[in-house]
Ligand binder design. Structure first.
Ligand code: HEC
Ligand code: HEC
Length: 310
């Protein structure tokens, strides 16, 4: 065959068609558009919140996708293609400067998110996330509704739990300090309540507890433990005033359990992803010694002879 310009043109075009077919159309046709088991459509407000999310560069710091080996990054569910069928563009994100948000809905109640958007340092003193107070309350509310929908049906289940426990915690708080302390103790499973702090109180352990308190707690519970940190105006029931626990039911085990798991319905977050167990005992002992005057850390010599955990 002679290489006329026409033949060359036809050759180029068929090569191009073959490439387009194999690297564009073929993969495109294999995309599975069946919704995943958790998928549901977004409400109008949630869709508006997603727009705010995209416009403000949240995606540069937050991912919305968990793979099998991402277990340390937050969400507890492996992402599936069917989770994203309504998204255009898809906001997977590639940076994890902040945590993964694919299952963020219902991890915290709304008041925690609002305080956090006003200024992330309120709920997490060492955060490097920028404040979004300038968005104004209306847009912060819209954004919060979007964030609370992340995880679709799973998020809805978690939000239902948050709302149920929010009611319970408000009832207990409004019934006064006695009833509140009793409620806070009774939501901790029996076995944990009688567990004293296994680590002894030492000068070093108290100082470590103090540093942890400043990094994680001070924005809510305040520098003197009276619950008057800068997050306080945004949070209800307000951050606990530790001094009200003096002489009321409290133990190392109760504090440990609440710190590890958080208190669903209240803004009190869980710290099991941030702090190793010894750090949880030590910050608990710090508040017990300085704010509640009621530490059980030195009951018999029972210290665990373990190294400072990494
Ligand atoms: C510069 C990076 C950065 C940007 C931009 C950013 N974040 Fe964050 N974000 C973080 C970091 C770091 C954390 C972890 C510390 C904290 O809680 O603030 C975080 C935490 C969060 C959390 C709490 C997760 C949890 O349960 O602990 C949410 C929700 C969140 N960001 C949403 C957003 C939204 C919505 C936007 C956009 C309006 C945004 N972030 C923009 C860095 C960022
Ligand atoms: C975002 C705000 C916030 C942060 C941050 C926070 N807390 Fe809380 N904390 C709360 C709220 C709200 C409650 C529940 C108040 C209520 O229901 O009356 C609470 C309750 C508690 C309790 C329960 C006491 C009991 O009687 O069971 C302990 C202990 C506690 N916080 C310790 C801490 C420590 C230590 C830190 C830091 C590692 C911390 N909190 C960080 C808001 C916060």
């Amino acid at each position: 065959m002679r290489m006329t310009p026409a033949v060359i043109l036809v050759g180029i075009l068929s090569l191009l068609a073959a490439i387009t077919l194999t690297v564009v159309y073929w993969p495109y046709s294999t995309i599975d558009r069946t919704p995943s088991d958790i998928f549901r459509q977004r409400t109008v407000v949630e869709a508006a919140g997603r727009k705010i999310y995209l416009e403000n560069g949240c995606v540069y710091c937050h991912s919305q996708s968990i793979r099998a080996f991402d277990w340390g990054h937050g969400a507890d569910r492996i992402a599936q293609a069917g989770d994203y069928i309504a998204d255009e563009p898809i906001a997977l994100g590639s940076q994890r400067t902040g945590v993964d948000l694919s299952q963020e809905g219902g991890e915290h109640p709304d008041d925690w998110h609002i305080a956090h958007f006003i200024n992330p340092r309120y709920t997490r003193p060492s955060s490097i996330m920028p404040p979004f107070e300038w968005l104004g309350m209306a847009r912060i509310d819209t954004l919060t509704q979007y964030i609370q929908s992340l995880g679709f049906k799973n998020a809805d289940i978690r939000m239902e739990r948050q709302r149920y426990w929010k009611n319970e915690s408000i009832k207990a708080y409004e019934a006064g300090p006695d009833a509140n302390a009793k409620w806070l103790a009774e939501i901790v499973p029996e076995g944990w309540r009688n567990l004293p702090n296994p680590y002894p109180t030492t000068k070093a352990s108290l100082q470590r507890g103090h540093v942890i308190y400043q990094k994680f707690c001070i924005g809510c519970h305040g520098p003197i433990g009276d619950g008057m940190g800068p997050a306080q105006p945004w949070i209800y029931p307000p951050p606990l005033n530790f001094t009200l626990l003096k002489g009321r039911e409290i133990s190392g085990g109760i504090i440990y359990y609440q710190l590890m798991n958080g208190i669903t319905g209240t803004a009190m977050p869980y710290f099991k992803r941030d702090l190793e167990s010894q750090k949880i005992w030590e910050v608990g002992d710090y508040i017990a010694v300085y704010f509640i005057n009621q530490s059980d850390a030195n009951q018999d010599p029972r210290g665990i002879d373990a190294a400072w955990e990494p």
